[in-house]
Design a protein around this ligand. Structure first.
Ligand SMILES: NC(=O)c1ccc[n+]([C@@H]2O[C@H](COP(=O)([O-])OP(=O)(O)OC[C@H]3O[C@@H](n4cnc5c(N)ncnc54)[C@H](OP(=O)(O)O)[C@@H]3O)[C@@H](O)[C@H]2O)c1
Length: 260
């Protein structure tokens, strides 16, 4: 068993959990991070029982700055070699800006923006030692659009996309690839499954199960791709975005957002 690890944040459920299982299927050891009292230990136990990989867990709140330093210390203390860094943890939201709680906004920006940036910085030397190595940042299709009710969330994901694309250029010399995955709707939580069902035919058909998206994202990372949008219909949406005038897009997206 190689001593290389994939570090996945937000691995306890949803997309992160699916990616953890996909890495395990590919015989890659795991360091999993999620909030305290999540289902992380149960997942770790399941993986240990069913796959020939080592699995380590850290229960940390990534909205606290110290958490990234604790992860880095843990990696150093245990001499772990991180070959894949997956910045997946994220706080999703929908709602008008004026109705949003200010403490929630700060927390969302810390988890979606600050944590992946700081973690990447702290792990750079480790990733250089294991090169060719890879970073997979989980953004969203919301990064490309200016959507009502998704202003802060969309902006955090646009940050991650921009950060990743620039960093990719810088890290080429170190043989570290940076891939950004921008999913559309994922059927992760019960609430999202329901929301994705009540949308129009195209958005409904475009939402993917996290297991399918995980295979696409990890394949793309292994192939050292730049930006990846999982799903054919989502790629079609991106094309429409380039072709349609802004006012038509506004009408279409307003109609969908109203249903939520
Ligand atoms: N679902 C979608 O439709 C969709 C679409 C596009 C992009 N994405 C992106 O995909 C990623 C995963 O989304 P998901 O739908 O799988 O979300 P999810 O089911 O809510 O899972 C989020 C994960 O992040 C962890 N997390 C949240 N806050 C954290 C914190 N403060 N500290 C540490 N871990 C924290 C959660 O841990 P706990 O289990 O402990 O809460 C959980 O493991 C996110 O970055 C999201 O923006 C999702």
């Amino acid at each position: 068993m190689a001593n290389h690890y994939a570090l996945i944040t937000g691995a306890s459920q949803g997309f992160g959990k699916s990616m953890a299982l996909e890495f395990a299927k590919r015989n890659i050891n795991l360091l999993l991070v999620a909030l305290p009292n999540s289902k992380l230990w149960a997942l770790s136990w399941f993986i240990k029982k069913n796959f020939q990989v080592r699995t380590l867990c850290l229960e940390l709140d990534l909205s606290l700055k110290d958490s990234c330093y604790i992860i880095d210390d843990f990696i150093r203390d245990n001499a772990l070699q991180i070959k894949y860094l997956v910045n997946n943890a994220g706080i999703l939201s929908r709602g008008f800006f004026e109705d949003m709680d200010d403490a929630f906004i700060v927390r969302q920006i810390k988890v979606n923006v600050l944590a992946p940036t700081l973690l990447t910085k702290l792990l750079l030397d480790n990733l250089k030692k294991t090169s060719p190595s890879a970073i997979l940042n989980v953004s969203s299709m919301a990064a490309f659009f200016s959507l009502q009710k998704k202003q802060v969330y969309g902006a955090t994901k646009a940050y991650l996309l921009s950060f990743s694309k620039s960093l990719r250029k810088e890290l080429k010399k170190d043989n570290i690839s940076v891939t950004t995955v921008c999913p559309g709707g994922l059927n992760t939580t019960t609430r999202l499954c329901y929301q994705n069902r009540i949308l129009g035919l195209l958005p409904r058909k475009s939402s993917l199960n996290p297991e399918e998206a995980a295979v696409i994202a990890i394949d793309a990372m292994m192939k050292r791709k730049n930006v990846i949008i999982p799903g054919l219909i989502n790629k079609f949406f991106m094309l429409l975005d380039k072709l349609l005038p802004e006012f038509v897009k506004d009408i279409l997206t307003k109609r969908e957002i109203k249903k939520i």
